[in-house]
Design a protein. Structure first.
Lengths: 244, 554
C-alpha cells in the first residue's frame, strides 16, 4: 500500500493506492451516483453510473473499480457524464414496469432518487412494457421482476455474505432475469435460508417483505456494513450510526 | 523423441511421398464438405482403384484451398493444377485424363496465375493445399514442430519473446495489441501456475478464417501455443472453440492425440524439461464469450459475462493466474517467425502492421473465399483484383470489415491501405478478418439494422447501456426503416449510439454502434431520405418530447 496524490474535481486529495476512486471520493464527501455498487459487496461495474473522466485516458472509467494512481486528475460531474447518467436512468425507466405510485418502496427507492438526481422529467424512448413474472411463493418475501434493474446486489449478497447463492441470472441481453436456484419458484428453493439479506439490499421494490403496502418499505442497508464490521472486528452489537 | 528423431521422421515421410508420381489434394474444409466433396473423394478412390493407379498416386484431404465459392476444389501435384466445381464425374476424369494420360481437364481447371492467386501472400495458410489436415507426419515433413524444437533446444524463453517483439506481430483477433509485449507481461508475472489460452470463438457473421486454419492446419496452432507456453512459463493450454465448429473440434482432438503420442505435447516435450498440455473447451454459442474476460469465465465453467479491466488477463486471468490469451491466427503466425526470424516477418506488410492478414471474402463478390494478403495492401486490390469485383451489372457500394464491431467503408476510401490504423480512421476496425462486400442493391439502413439485431441478441445483459441501449437503437432503426422516423428520432439515434459506445462495459457494447455510426457517416442520405417530412412537433404528437430532443446536437 502506498499513498498517492490525486485531484478530484479540482480538489487535491491523498489516497491509498488500494482504495477505489469511489471510496476516495466518498471519504471526501464528493458525490458520485451509483446503483449496482453497495459497500460490503464486490464491485461489478455494471450500472455505469459511477463513471468518471480521467485526464489522459481515452475511455471513461468506473470509479467503483478503478484504483487511484499518482497524479491522476479526475472529473466526476462534467456535462458529458451528466448527459450519460441521465440516459442510463432513462434507459432503465423504459426497460422495466416501474409504477412509483403503487410501489412498496415509493419515496425510499434508489431508482426514483436517481431519476430526481439526474433530472429525468420525461423519457424519450418508448416504454418496453415487458411481460415479467412475479414470484410470491416464498413465505416471507416477494420477487417482482417488473421492478428489477438487474443490479445483481441480491445475487452478490447471497453469494458473498450469506454464502447460499440462491440467486443467479438467466437469459441474456434484454431477456435477462434473476432466478432462484435452477429457475424454480423461490418458495421451493432448497438453498434459500430466508435470511432476507437480498430484500434489504435491493435498490428498488423488486424484492420486498410480504404484507408491505405502498410507500411503506424503507430498506435498512446499514446492516451490511454492520455484518462486515462484526466479522472483521468482532463487534456483534449494531451501533445506531451504522444504520444510514 | 528428440529433435533428431523428429527430423528423421520428416525425412521418412518425405521419402514416402516421393514414391508417388502424383498427389491429389481435395479440399476437406467445411465449405467444400457442404458442397459435396465426399462424393468426389469416393469417386477419386474408386477410379484410382479401378485404374490401378493407387500405388502411383496418393489422394489426400487437405485444408481450405481458398476459392470456397467454386467448390468442391481439387488440387493435383506436381505441376499444380486446381480444379473447380468438381463432381463425381469430373473426379473420374481427373484420374483418367490428368493422372493417367497427363492431359489436364481444361474445362474445370482454374488459372493459377490469375490475380486471385498471384496477389496473395501465404504465411498462415501456407500448408493449405500442401499437407493432409489429419496427418501429423505430413505436418512434420513440411517442417512442422521444427520451430518448437528449435525454441526448446536453441533459445531461452526471453529470446523467443525478443524474436516475437522484433517481428512486430500484433494480435489478429482485431484489436492489434503487440503480441510480444503481451507475452512479456505474462512471462514477468510471478506465479506458480500460468496458462495459455487460444481464442477460437470466432463468431462474426461472415467470418471463417479461424475455422479454416483449425480445420486445415491444427498442428500449427498447437505448436504456436506450445512455443508460447515455453516463452511465458505456462504448462497448461486451453483452446476455447465454439461448438458450431464440429469439424474443427474433431481435427483438434485428433491433432492433440497425435502430438501427445509422439511426445510433442505432454511431459518432457522433445526430451527437454518443458511440459505442456492442451485441452479443449467447447463454447455454448454466446458471441460475448469471444471477449477475453467472458471467455476466461466460461473456461472456468462460469457464466460468460465480461468483467471490467484492469486487471488484465495477463496479470489475473484463469483462476487469478497470469494468462496469455491470443487468437488462432496469432498463434498460427508464431512458427514461421521462429523459423525465419523476426526481421523477416517485420519486412512483410507495413512498419506498424507487420505480416499478413487472412480475410474471409463474402457477400456480393465474385470470388468468395479465404484469402491472405500482406498488411497495407489497398482495399481496392483485395476487392477488385483478388475478389474479382461485384457480380456483373452491379456496382460496388461498401465493404464491411470487423463484423458487428466494424464499419462500412465506401467507394471513396477504396485506396485505403488495409492496416490497423488506417481502418480506424474511417470508423471501422481490422477485426478478426471478415470482409463483406455490398453492391448497389444493398440498403445501408438494413445493414446497420441487421448488425444491431445481432448485437442486441448477443448482449450478455450485464451493463445497462448495452442491454437496453442496443434494444432502443434497434427499435429506432426499425422505426426509421419503416418510414416512421422523424428528425428527432435520427438525432436521438446518434446520441444513443455515442453513449452506448462510450459507456458500455466490454468490447461488444463499445463497438456495437460502429455499423450504425459508420453508415450514418458515409450514407447519411439513405437515412434522411426515410425520415418523415412532417413538422417535428406534429409528428411527435405534440407531447413535448420533440422540443427536448431537438435542442440537442442540432
Amino acid at each position: 500500500m502506498a499513498i498517492v496524490t490525486i485531484t478530484i474535481d479540482g480538489q487535491q486529495l491523498s489516497a491509498q493506492d488500494d482504495q477505489t476512486l469511489l471510496q476516495v471520493a466518498r471519504e471526501h464527501k464528493i458525490h458520485i451516483p451509483t446503483l449496482c455498487f453497495l459497500e460490503g459487496l464486490s464491485s461489478v461495474g455494471a450500472c455505469r453510473l459511477c463513471m468518471v473522466e480521467v485526464e489522459g485516458w481515452s475511455k471513461l472509467a468506473t470509479s467503483c473499480t478503478t484504483k487511484p494512481a499518482e497524479g491522476m486528475v479526475i472529473h466526476t460531474n462534467t456535462d458529458r457524464l451528466k448527459k450519460y447518467r441521465r440516459m442510463i436512468v432513462e434507459l432503465l425507466a423504459s426497460e422495466g414496469n416501474h409504477q412509483c405510485a403503487v410501489c412498496v418502496v415509493n419515496s425510499y427507492c434508489e431508482l426514483q432518487n436517481l431519476a430526481y438526481e439526474v433530472g429525468l422529467d420525461h423519457v424519450r424512448f418508448p416504454y418496453l412494457f415487458p411481460h415479467k413474472s412475479l414470484d410470491a411463493t416464498h413465505k416471507d418475501f416477494v420477487m417482482d421482476r417488473n421492478r428489477c434493474v438487474l443490479c445483481t446486489r441480491c445475487l452478490r449478497v447471497c453469494h458473498e455474505v450469506e454464502g447460499a447463492h440462491v440467486w443467479d441470472v438467466a437469459g441474456r441481453g434484454i431477456d435477462c432475469e434473476i432466478v432462484a436456484d435452477m429457475h424454480q419458484p423461490w418458495g421451493e428453493s432448497d438453498s434459500c435460508t430466508s435470511c432476507g439479506k437480498c430484500v434489504r439490499v435491493c435498490p428498488t421494490g423488486a424484492l420486498f417483505e410480504k404484507g408491505a403496502t405502498i410507500g411503506e418499505m424503507q430498506k435498512e442497508r446499514g446492516f451490511l456494513k454492520f455484518l462486515v464490521t462484526a466479522r472483521n472486528k468482532r463487534e456483534w452489537v449494531q451501533q445506531p450510526e451504522d444504520n444510514d | 523423441m528428440t529433435i533428431e528423431d523428429l527430423r528423421e521422421l520428416a525425412e521418412k515421410e518425405r521419402d514416402r511421398q516421393s514414391q508417388f508420381t502424383h498427389r491429389i489434394l481435395y479440399c476437406s474444409s467445411a465449405g467444400c464438405v457442404s458442397s459435396g466433396c465426399d462424393a468426389v473423394k469416393e469417386s477419386l478412390k474408386k477410379t484410382l482403384d479401378e485404374t490401378g493407379l493407387s500405388k502411383k498416386c496418393e489422394m489426400v484431404g487437405t485444408g481450405c484451398l481458398g476459392l470456397c465459392g467454386e467448390g468442391p476444389l481439387v488440387l493435383v501435384l506436381p505441376d499444380p493444377t486446381l480444379y473447380q466445381h468438381v463432381d463425381a464425374e469430373t473426379a473420374r476424369r481427373i484420374v483418367v485424363e490428368h493422372v493417367a494420360e497427363g492431359k489436364k481437364v481444361v474445362d474445370h481447371a482454374l488459372d493459377l496465375n490469375s490475380p486471385f492467386f498471384s496477389s496473395q501472400k501465404k504465411i498462415v495458410l501456407e500448408n493449405m493445399g500442401r499437407i493432409n489436415a489429419e496427418s501429423i507426419e505430413e505436418y512434420i515433413a513440411a517442417d512442422g514442430y521444427e520451430a518448437l524444437g528449435r525454441a526448446l533446444t536453441e533459445l531461452q524463453p526471453e529470446e523467443v519473446i525478443a524474436e516475437i517483439r522484433k517481428s512486430g506481430l500484433r494480435g489478429r483477433g482485431g484489436a492489434g495489441y503487440p503480441t510480444g509485449l503481451k507475452w512479456d507481461i505474462v512471462r514477468k508475472g510471478k506465479s506458480d501456475q500460468k496458462y495459455v489460452v487460444c481464442n477460437a470463438d470466432e463468431g462474426d457473421p461472415g467470418a471463417f478464417m479461424d475455422r479454416s486454419v483449425l480445420e486445415g492446419d491444427p498442428h500449427r496452432v498447437l505448436e504456436g501455443m506450445a512455443i508460447a507456453g515455453y516463452a511465458v512459463g505456462a504448462s497448461q493450454g486451453y483452446i476455447y472453440v465454439r461448438a458450431e465448429y464440429p469439424l474443427a473440434i474433431d481435427r483438434l482432438r485428433l491433432a492433440i492425440k497425435q502430438a501427445e503420442k509422439l511426445g510433442l505435447l505432454g511431459n518432457r516435450i522433445l526430451e527437454s524439461q518443458f511440459n505442456f498440455r492442451i485441452d479443449l473447451r467447447i463454447g455454448a454459442g454466446a458471441f460475448v464469450c469471444g471477449e477475453e474476460t467472458a471467455l476466461l469465465r466460461s473456461v472456468m465453467g462460469r457464466r460468460g459475462r465480461p468483467r471490467p479491466r484492469p486487471p488484465y488477463p495477463s496479470e489475473k486471468g484463469l483462476w487469478d493466474k497470469p494468462t496469455l490469451i491470443n487468437n488462432v491466427e496469432t498463434f498460427a503466425n508464431i512458427c514461421p517467425i521462429i523459423n525465419n526470424g523476426g526481421e523477416w516477418f517485420a519486412g512483410i506488410g507495413t512498419p506498424k502492421s507487420a505480416g499478413t492478414k487472412v480475410f474471409a471474402l463474402a457477400g456480393n463478390i465474385r470470388n468468395t473465399g479465404l484469402v491472405e494478403v500482406p498488411m497495407g495492401i489497398p482495399l481496392r486490390k483485395i476487392i477488385f483484383d483478388i475478389g474479382g469485383g461485384t457480380p456483373e451489372g452491379t456496382e460496388f457500394k461498401a465493404a464491411q470489415t470487423g463484423g458487428p464491431s466494424g464499419g462500412c467503408i465506401p467507394k471513396e476510401h477504396l485506396d485505403l491501405p488495409v492496416d490497423y490504423e488506417a481502418l480506424a480512421t474511417v470508423g471501422s476496425i481490422m477485426g478478426s478478418g471478415g470482409m463483406i462486400v455490398m453492391d448497389s442493391t444493398a440498403s445501408m439502413v438494413d445493414v446497420a439494422k441487421y448488425f444491431m439485431e445481432f448485437c442486441m441478441d448477443e448482449s450478455c445483459g450485464k451493463c445497462i447501456p448495452c442491454r437496453v441501449g442496443t434494444k432502443h437503437i434497434y427499435l429506432l432503426l426499425e422505426k426509421i426503416k419503416n418510414g416512421e422516423g422523424t428528425e428527432e428520432d435520427f438525432t436521438l439515434l446518434q446520441e444513443l449510439c455515442t453513449m452506448v459506445k462510450e459507456t458500455s462495459l466490454c468490447g461488444l457494447g463499445q463497438s456495437a454502434p460502429n455499423p450504425v455510426l459508420s453508415t450514418i457517416r458515409f450514407f447519411r442520405d439513405e437515412y434522411t431520405r426515410l425520415l418523415k417530412e412532417s413538422p417535428a412537433f406534429a409528428a411527435n404528437g405534440g407531447n413535448g418530447h420533440a422540443h427536448a430532443a431537438a435542442g440537442k446536437e442540432a
